[in-house]
Each structure stands twice: as C-alpha cells, then as structure tokens.
Design a protein around this ligand. Sequence first.
Ligand code: 3H9
Length: 696
Amino acid sequence: MAANETINEVIDVERDGEIALIRIDNPPVNAAGLKVREGLVAAIDALEADQDVRAIGLYGAGRTFIAGADIREFGKPPVEPWLPDVVNRIEACAKPVVVALHGTALGGGFEVALAAHYRIGVPGLRVGLPEVNLGIIPGAGGTQRAPRLAGMHMALDMITSGRHVPAEEALGAGLIDEIREGEPREIALAGAREALESRIETRRTGDLTVERDEAALAEYREKMAKQAPRLFSPHKCVDAVEGAVKPIAEGMAHERALYRECQESPQRAGLVHAFFAERAVAKFPEQDAQPRELNKIGVIGGGTMGSGIATACLLAGYAVTLVEVSPDALERGLATVTKNLDGAVKRGKLDAAGREATLARLDSATEIEALSAADLVIEAVFEDMGVKKEIFGKLDATLAPGAIMATNTSYLDVNEIAAATSRPEAVIGLHFFSPAHVMKLVEIVVADHTAPEAVATGFALAKKLRKIGVRSGVCDGFIGNRIMQHYRKAADYMLLDGAHFADIDRALEDFGFAMGPFRVSDLAGLDIGWTYRKRHADTRPAEERYVRIADRICEEGMFGRKTGRGFYLYGEGESGPNPAAEAIVESERAAAGVTPRGFSDEEIVARYMTAMITEAARVVEEGIAQRPIDVDAVLLFGYGFPRFRGGPLHYADQIGLPEVIARIETYAQEDAHYWQVPGLLRRLADEGKSFADLNP
Ligand code: 3H9
C-alpha cells in the first residue's frame, strides 16, 4: 500500500514507519454510513495483509469521533458491510488497533471504539450508547462489549438511559483505557507506537467474560417497566445485555435479532423523526441574517410567564432587567425568579455560588424607561391588546435603534402590536410555554414587517436558552395554540356525546400523551380557555356546535388545580373526578338533548388525532408553519405529544392519508361544519403523497 492512500471519499490511511493511521473524515459528525463502513473494512484488510505495518491507529477528523450509525439510512434496506461485521473485523485484526477518541463517541461510533484494542480519550470526550432515544438498541456489539468492560450494571445504566458519559467516568468504569491531552492524530500515532513497543497493553474486548448480575437485571427490568411502559426498545436493551454472558458471537447474534425487531417498530420511525424535527426547525428562510448581539435583555411583566422568561435568560448568562408596574408586583416577580433559581439549585443545575452570580445579573424597575440600554425586550403582560399597544409605543420611544421588541402573546395579532410602533421591522413574537424556564419550545412569530435580523436573533436566543425555536406565521394562536383550540373541541364533543372526561384523559394518556386534555385544562387553569372563548364569542360561526360544560364549571368558581377543583378534585385528601363537574356534564347533555353513547379508547384516540391532523394540515397549507415537520416539533416540544409517535403529521403518514380522509368524512355525517377535509390533505392523498414529501 502506498503512503497516504485514499481508501474512499471518507477514509484515508497515512504511514509513519511501521505504523498506519486510519482517518475517518465524514462531516459533520463522521456518521458510520456505508462509505465509512466499506472504507474501514478495506483499510483493515489491506493493513493486516501489509507486511510493513505492525500497528494501527484510528481517529476521526473534524469536531468529533464517529457520532453513531448514519441515522439517515434507517428505514432503508441495510447494505453490507453491516456495522457489526465492521466492528468484528476491527477486533479480529491481527495487528493492534489503538483508537483516539475526541468529541463524542456515540452509538455505533462507541461500538467501533469498543472493538479496538486500546482506547485513549481526549479530555472533554463523552461516550455513550444513546440508541434507546431512537427506539433501537445498540446493534453493533455495544450491549455485549460495554458489559464486558464495565459490568452489567454500568452497561444497563448507560444503554437504558442513553446518557453521555464524561471521559473521567468512562475511564473509571473501564470503558476507555486512558485520557490524554493532544490532537487525535498525534494520540493515535503515539498510542499505536506504544502498542508496538508493548508499552501499553492491548486486548480484545470480545475475549473478556461477563458475570451475570441478577440484581442489576431485575433492577433495570423494574425501572423500565415503570419509566417506559409504552416503549419497545428499553426492554429489549435489558434483554440484549442479559445475553452478554454468552460467547461474543452468540451474544451479538442475539443482539442483532433484537435490533432488527426494534428497527421495524413504528416507534423507531417516530423517534428518528423527532430527532430530525429538532434539527430541521433550525433551518429557516432568514438564517443567513446577522443576529443582534444580546448583552442586556428586558422582560416586562413579572407574572408566571415573565418571571419564567427572566429566569431562563438569567440561567443562560444574560443580564436581565425585570419591569413591573408597581413595587408590589415587582417584588412578587422577583420572588418568583428567586424561587425558580432555588428550584434549579435543588435539581442540581446550579450551585450556591452560581445562584448568587445569576441573581447579581438581575435588575428591576417599575418604569419602561429603565430599559433604554436593552438589546431585546420581551413583553409578557396579560393578554390585552390595548395594554400591549401602550407598552410597545413606550418601548418605541425608549429603545435604541436596532433593539428588538418581542411579545410573548399566545394569541394576539403581532402585526397589530407592531403597528403601534414606528419600527415594525423590530417587532417579533417570542411565544414561550409555561413554565418558561423549563419548557423547550419557543414559537418565533414572524409578522409582516419583521426584519430578517430580528428573526435570526429570536432563533439565536432560543439556541442560547437551549430551547427549540420554531418559526411561525401570524394567526390566532400561531401554530400550537391554534391547533390545540381545534382538537380540544373534539374532546368536548365526545364528552357531551357520552364519554366520561376521565376516560378521554386515560385513553389519550395510554396513547402516550403526557396528560389528557381535561387534566391539562385543570392544570393550566380553566379560566384561561373561558376568557379565550368569551373573547371569541362574537365571531363564533352560527353553525358551530358549542359545548358549555367548561364555561359552567368556571361559572361555579372552579378553575382547576389552583382552586382545588375543576374537572377533578385537588383538595386535601381529595382526588378523582369532581362530582360537581360530572353533574354539569349530565345537565348539559340533557339540555342539548343528547342520548349519551359509549366511546371505545380506539374511537377517542381516532377522533382526537384526526382533529389534530386536520388543523395541522391547514396550518401548513396556509404557510403558518414552514413545513409539516415544524408542526410536529411544536406539538412534540410544547404540547406533550408522545415523542415515539413523531408528531401529528408523521402519525398521519403512518396511518395513511386516505384513512385520515375516510375518518373525517365519516365524522362529517354528524357535524359537517367541524369535520372538513383540508385541501392540502386531499391533494396529497390524490397524488399518492405523504406529509413527509413536504419535509426537507
Ligand atoms: C446507532 O449508532 C446504531 C448502532 O448501534 C447500530 C447499527 C447497526 N447520523 O445534533 P447536531 C447530523 S444509532 C446522521 O446539530 P451537535 C444532524 O442531523 C446512532 N446524521 O450537532 C445535523 O445535520 P444538519 C447513535 C447525524 O453538535 C448534524 O449532524 N448516535 C447523526 O449539537 C449536526 O448535528 C446518536 O444517536 C447521525 N448519527 O451535536 C447520536 N448525528 O446539520 C446522534 C448527527 O443537516 N447525534 N447528525 O441538521 C447527536 O447526538 C448529536 O448530533 C451530536 C452533535 C451530540 C453528535
């Protein structure tokens, strides 16, 4: 073999005397796609046969070692060489293979490393087997080699959680052999030389044996049954690790069979879709614009939302000024921020010194004029257009040119708010979800005149806050609340027609939602929906079927959790459905002349999901969401949609668009106003396409 030979587009080999270095260069994360797999096998075959080579170093170019199998290949027919064969080939190599690991060695990437004969980590390295997050199990020997090195308990911990293990911990657990400062190439070279000179001890992981750890297996079986009762792959992870007591070839065959089962599961497809959704939303038309550098952030409004936003900004390192109208309200707002930070300390996200340093960046005022030096102001006062317009008028007079004015409104027209200023290009919606320092989603609402720089700043802020920003156009409720307002009605119709609210909640929780819709309403406060409905009463179409149950519960002063009763009871020693709410349901059914009928869980889920898909399709059709995947991201990260189902439009693709249309048409026989087939849905189905065809 010639010196510095290119094996293929992504693998090359460099010679240094008796040492050969294999470099993987497959940006952005060196995923082990077909070319990497082919190249690695070809390189090992060639170097093993080469008399002049006596030791091999392996490393990755760019920002990381291999971050895993190429997830984009999932769902397609697997092409040989498969990754398990590649790792076995590396382990079987007659010459020592030393790997230098930097960045993240994850999934199939860590499995490649586990098959090498000696592993050196660069400080800052994180290793992990995160396959469970994608609905699969490690499928290239990870469930067999990790327990051989670190024991069953540690292997079960990392494989069932998917967590990234820091280098020091990996070293302590025996998953890597050493931590060394330096460049991956130099480390791989030095390591291979040391192996050649027997200065380090190399070995084959597959030759080690594993003690069966009955207690660990029982512990993780129980834990997974509790934590992930509806998920498929976490349980298979435990089964696969159990097989590690067998000889490596047998254990890997067992792992392979389980891996294939997981690959075929719709949960895998849903979770992979969610993985890509999280990243796809970061691509938006204004992404090349220069975001404004944010040094000072103002937050107007010290209620739950404003304090949560202020907390999130403080935790991300910003200097924040909180503004409230009165000293009392300000004090309450500051107390909420402090309470939120104390919560972060309790959860181990912040230490005592960090808490003090964070609070030191918090300033407060009762006048908007105090925000004159802010680069971005986020208004989070109550939903009243008049009040908002007044605030934006004042901000316009106060802020320096180029500063950005954001509203956290959940429903109001951002164009109208922008029109209250002389610089609508500086106005944007940043719709956070409560509690804002915890929830991942931020809708970035782009109004007619919003400048690209303001949009880019919104996304940059979301990223800095470690949140997921999704671009939305302006409409009532933007992407998420608009869809929610629609599907929420489907739940109310089922309730009026005979389903018990607790059965609706349970059926949807069994489907995978974090919480059923009536429990969610109780938690959010029933008065919120009530206010919304009152505001929209004048514009409600005469043909719309209107369910008064929640209004009547509110009229009795029952607003959900905060008043101790709503659909359910929350008082001292009380729980379960609220008999007063049940009585209201009965009386509303009688008033509407409804003869109650039963609903199976299947029908409850079908109607609810069909309603959600219908409005989601309209949101895409109208261009409010850029693409179906943006809608999926909003529901996944802001509305407790089950991640393993990928989002409503991914789910629609899975059940098939003709089936969705058939359902709408059946339901339309009872209510032709509510149940209508959106044009986009019809067009896609007619063309034999799916929502996925509209995604990047
Ligand atoms: C596996 O290994 C199975 C095996 O056990 C068995 C096989 C038989 N493939 O996240 P980022 C893309 S399962 C393809 O924004 P960061 C990503 O989509 C795999 N593409 O960067 C994005 O593309 P774009 C187990 C991938 O710095 C770009 O790379 N491994 C893959 O914030 C940058 O990604 C995992 O689950 C991939 N494996 O975070 C690890 N990974 O620019 C998954 C990333 O077009 N990856 N991309 O949007 C991660 O956790 C993060 O990407 C990582 C970097 C921490 C590595």
